[in-house]
Design a protein around this ligand. Structure first.
Ligand SMILES: [Mn+2]
Length: 272
């Protein structure tokens, strides 16, 4: 069974902000969005890769300036609306203690979101990129509890160096994090996941390919897949950002920068 997050009123969701020392403009844009969410939404869910890398909660105890800003803005927004964190492939070491420290709540890696008019399965999405076999092997290793304990026992400076090295290596291989360098999710894996929990709407980030997809399985059942955009204002032209708003009347709006908002309504669970 997946845990269920029950919320009322307008809910906003975003992902892949990749906050870190090298993206001050992205951070600035995101903090403006946080302010807007604070005023207009009843809750905010961040579906992973909130941070470009996360090496352990002790970094927050004596935070570098970029992280001090992030902590300040999260705490400020969390005074007005509940904020939920989900782990991504870059910040998979985020823990409930860190979330609590900034006023947020940590979610499981896969969660059922239930609002007044919406029900969907939320995940960061990297586990669904099953065509990337080497990444899935890497993921299994770093998601191993023992491996994580060993890593977290290292001095902070070592952990930062290791994370920097990993990033550089993936950068050499992938250049920047544009969508064409990230393996897309496998649609069969998406439908298998939805079927396993008897759901029909999936929401994920990770792939940097914001869209609304319709999927159909062998038995003719219809599923929907909503993909959140990433945030990038420092290393990309045009810039990228956006979020999904779940309105209290059952409609949804997918906001993508430089594009008209995509407003739609999906049929409720089991009435397809
Ligand atoms: Mn990701």
């Amino acid at each position: 069974m997946l845990s269920k997050l029950q919320l009322h009123g307008e809910v906003w969701l975003a992902a892949d902000i990749h906050l870190g020392p090298n993206s001050p403009k992205t951070a600035q844009a995101f903090y403006q969005f946080l302010k807007q969410a604070q005023k207009e939404a009843k809750a905010l869910i961040l579906c992973g890769d909130i941070f470009h890398a996360w090496v352990g909660a002790d970094l927050a105890m004596d935070p570098p300036p970029w992280l001090a800003h992030a902590i300040y803005h999260f705490r400020d927004a969390a005074q007005d609306i509940p904020i939920f964190f989900m782990r991504g492939n870059r910040d998979f070491l985020l823990n409930p203690r860190m979330a609590h420290y900034v006023g947020a709540q940590m979610l499981d890696d896969q969660v059922i979101l239930q609002t007044d008019h919406h029900r969907m399965l939320l995940t960061h999405g990297d586990e669904l990129c099953t065509d990337d076999v080497s990444y899935q092997n890497f993921r299994r290793r770093v998601r191993n509890k023992r491996v994580q304990q060993l890593f977290l026992a290292l001095p902070l400076s070592w952990r930062l160096a290791i994370a920097g090295g990993l990033r550089k290596r993936s950068k050499n291989k992938q250049q920047v994090m544009s969508a064409e360098h990230i393996t897309d999710v496998n649609e069969i894996a998406c439908m298998d996941l939805l079927r396993a929990y008897d759901e029909n709407i999936l929401l994920h980030g990770h792939t940097h390919r914001p869209a609304l997809h319709r999927m159909q399985d062998d038995e003719g059942r219809i599923y929907s897949r909503i993909v959140l955009p990433d945030w990038e204002f420092d290393h990309s032209n045009p810039t990228r950002s956006g979020w999904l708003a779940l309105h209290a009347d059952g409609q949804m709006t997918l906001h993508r920068q430089h594009q008209a908002p995509l407003k739609f309504k999906l049929k409720k669970q089991h009435d397809v």
